[in-house]
Design a protein around this ligand. Sequence first.
Ligand code: NZQ
Ligand code: ZN
Length: 384
Amino acid sequence: MQNFSFHNPCRIEFGHDSIAKISTLIPPQARVLLLYGGGSIHRNGVYDQVCTALKDHHWQAFSGIEANPEYETLMQAVRFGREQQLDYILAVGGGSVIDGAKFIAAAIPHTGDCWLIVGNRTPLLSALPIGVVLTLPATGSESNFAAVISRRETNDKLSFKNPLVFPSFAILDPSCTLSLPPQQIGNGIVDAFVHTTEQYLTYPCDARVQDRLAEGILQTLIEVGPITLNDPNDYAARANMMWAANQALFGLVGVGQAQDWATHAMGHELTILYGLDHARTLAIILPALWRYRFAAKQAKLTQMGRRVWQLHGDDISVAQQAIAATEQFFIAMGLPTRLSDYQIDAAEAADRVAEQLIRHNRLQLGEKTDLTPEDCRAILLTTN
Ligand code: NZQ
Ligand code: ZN
């Protein structure tokens, strides 16, 4: 096991009726900036619950944060927050609203060019405190310190990480997810699955607790995925999905382990270039990457095949079957695994993604930092 340091200061309030706890979790004197997306929270009653919980607070709302949150929109919220002297951020939504909230929390007190926050190109001295009400289990953003921000004008989708933007609390009420359309449920299951494998499916590091945590999360997603897709009113399935997605990127799976975030690196480029949902890019890339890197990943693929997929046979065949089973699972969750399924030409996409990776200086990806943009091009070429 490699050395590691772990700290996660986010309080989690899990279960139905927990939105009401906002009233005591946010300090009474706070001037709250409530952030949300395109309006799903008006239709499913979450907005009303938040208003009730905030009735004794000063608060103002900024809405319209889009999927893959856009820098220009977020800067409007930054100007609004500064004008109104708001000093506490409450994000109500999925990964996009939460990531946008992290950027806004860092940008409001920032004195320089705010775009440099993205990509960690400027030091941050402070950030406003953040609270979260999660409505879409997928990214784990509700209790981690990462955010992914897009700038369509320049074809950039880049992340930043800073402990200053750890949410102080995250409300996880599975009832808030009952209104999700099947596409977003499938996306959430696959995103959480890939977060787990990007920290687990590398090479053996003798990190036994982390491996078994990863395998438990994967098995849970495989179990509850079909149930929660077929029956949106199954609270227990949604609750387990919500907790699995949270734990997938809470920080514990990856400690002491080699990690491989190449699927996400390529996926972000596919999203900014072609507009595909985040998880849909991952479903295309991950099986192709595993086949391309079969020798390097075979030991962990075999372990996953035996422990997660309950496969039998020799090591090589179990590893191959594990890739096939994973790909079939993504398809069963409603996520196609070929670029051609989206009428995107793989040869063109492979070239464009490789160019973007070079422009973004993502030159050494993978668990051994030996995966080049040329390798990524070769991987994408196989997804036709
Ligand atoms: O905007 P509204 O109207 O709320 O609709 C949203 C949005 O259209 C809808 N939705 C959310 N909760 C709902 C709901 N619809 C009905 N009922 C509900 N309860 O779902 C749509 C998608 O929302 P979005 O927040 O974009 O999805 P997701 O949570 O998948 O977030 C994706 C973003 O997170 C980033 C991705 O790159 C992408 O930009 N990620 C962030 C990570 C992190 N911070 O750690 C890690 C991830 O790997 C990922 O990169
Ligand atoms: Zn993801």
